[in-house]
Write a protein that binds this ligand. Structure first.
Ligand code: NDP
Length: 346
């Protein structure tokens, strides 16, 4: 595979946004951050419209001086550029029913996650541009890095090029929200979805399972709940390790550990062949993610995710996860050591 192209500020022409009406559907994590960045970049406030139901998010947008429209059909009709920044699972319902029918034929739709486009859950008109500008950061960091004059990692792609000039608009928008300052990586909805979902459905589940099993084995060997919780995660050592990995290299960060630790980690990792994990990852990628199985299963329960109590399938999963030995022990430790914990979080 060739190296990915990386786009910088100099590749983007912000004048392509002149006189465009930009609508943000959603003023949550990403919506609030990106709308403020866009305005601070120089897009006039009257050219930015926040579409949001009448509630706390709308109030937040108003308190920050934005113009807010509660009628989605009206907001859709004026959008030259629509940032689709509501949760992925509700996007098909809200966009297809309330936005798509009244949107302009030449509008640009901006997604921050490839999921709904890769799985073809959104209905676009053929003349429209559909571009992905997907920050690899939570919204508060998208905002704070912009305020510090720094960029943030971001993926960019053109998923439908109705105008023939979708890339120019995508790069102009990326620059305006601060994404090309440090370099935005050319990607695709497929690549972003495959990486995101594999991490969520295979990599992190395995990490959760490994912590759970290591906890049980060490507990059986006589270690206390308190010592285990601190040793394994409450000290924040794993967070520091990943921070160092980003700065000094995935393997290079090991040099910050003791020689005993370095020897144990490297010899242990190299002695595991990973074949079972690789087979498992391929199975999840091909037979659960890329073939659309997970997406179909999630679509069936999407409405239930807004229910209260254990009728909500996510709450039921939390209930089961909280019954594990690790979770029960952590609950007891947190109750006993509330003071110590608050001192490590400040
Ligand atoms: P949020 O959960 O923060 O979205 C909240 C916003 O969505 C609010 O404005 C809320 O308004 C609105 N919303 C929620 N439900 C509905 C609904 N049923 N109808 C209409 N509006 C609704 O989303 P994020 O910012 O986290 O995610 C937005 C997009 O950005 C997603 O595609 C996500 O994958 C992507 N992304 C997110 C990142 C993150 O760090 N969170 C990182 C990178 C990409 P109200 O409830 O008032 O209607």
């Amino acid at each position: 595979m060739p190296s990915a192209k990386i786009y910088y500020d100099s590749d983007a022409d912000p004048s392509l946004l002149d006189n465009k009406q930009v609508v943000f559907l959603g003023f949550g994590n990403q919506g609030a951050a990106q709308a403020q960045n866009l305005r601070d970049f120089g897009i006039p406030n009257e050219r930015i419209l926040i579409a949001n139901r009448q509630d706390a998010y709308a109030e937040d947008a108003k308190s920050k001086g934005f113009i807010v429209e509660h009628d989605f059909v009206k907001a859709a009709a004026v959008a030259d550029v629509l940032f689709l920044l509501i949760p992925d699972q509700v996007q098909p319902r809200v966009f297809n029913e309330q936005f798509s029918p009244s949107m302009k034929e030449g509008a640009t739709i901006v997604i921050a996650s490839g999921y709904n486009v890769f799985f073809k859950l959104l209905q676009f008109k053929p003349q429209q541009d559909v571009v992905m500008v997907a920050p690899r950061m939570i919204g508060s960091s998208v905002r704070s890095l912009f305020q510090k004059g720094k960029g943030f990692p971001c993926f960019v792609s053109v998923e439908q090029d109705g105008s023939g000039s979708g890339l120019g608009t995508a790069l102009a928008l990326s620059r305006a929200i601060g994404a090309t300052k440090a370099g935005a990586i050319a990607s695709s909805a497929r690549e972003e979805t495959a990486m995101d979902l594999l991490a969520e459905q295979a990599l992190w589940p395995n990490i959760i399972m490994l912590f759970r099993e290591a906890f049980s084995v060490l507990k059986e060997a006589g270690c206390s709940d308190e010592a285990l919780c601190y040793e394994m995660w409450m000290s924040k050592e794993p967070a520091e390790i990943f921070e160092r990995a980003a700065e000094d290299g995935f393997i290079g960060q090991l040099k910050h550990h003791s020689t005993v630790s370095q020897f144990g980690q490297l010899s242990g990792a190299l002695s595991l062949d990973g074949i079972a994990a690789r087979t498992h990852f391929k199975d999840i990628l091909n037979n659960q993610i890329l073939n659309g199985k997970f997406c179909r299963d999630l679509s069936k329960i999407e409405a239930d995710l807004e229910l209260d109590g254990l009728q909500n399938p996510l709450n039921e999963l939390y209930r089961r996860a909280e019954q594990t030995e690790l979770s029960q022990a952590e609950k007891r430790v947190r109750e006993r050591l509330a003071d110590l914990l608050s001192s490590t979080t400040t």
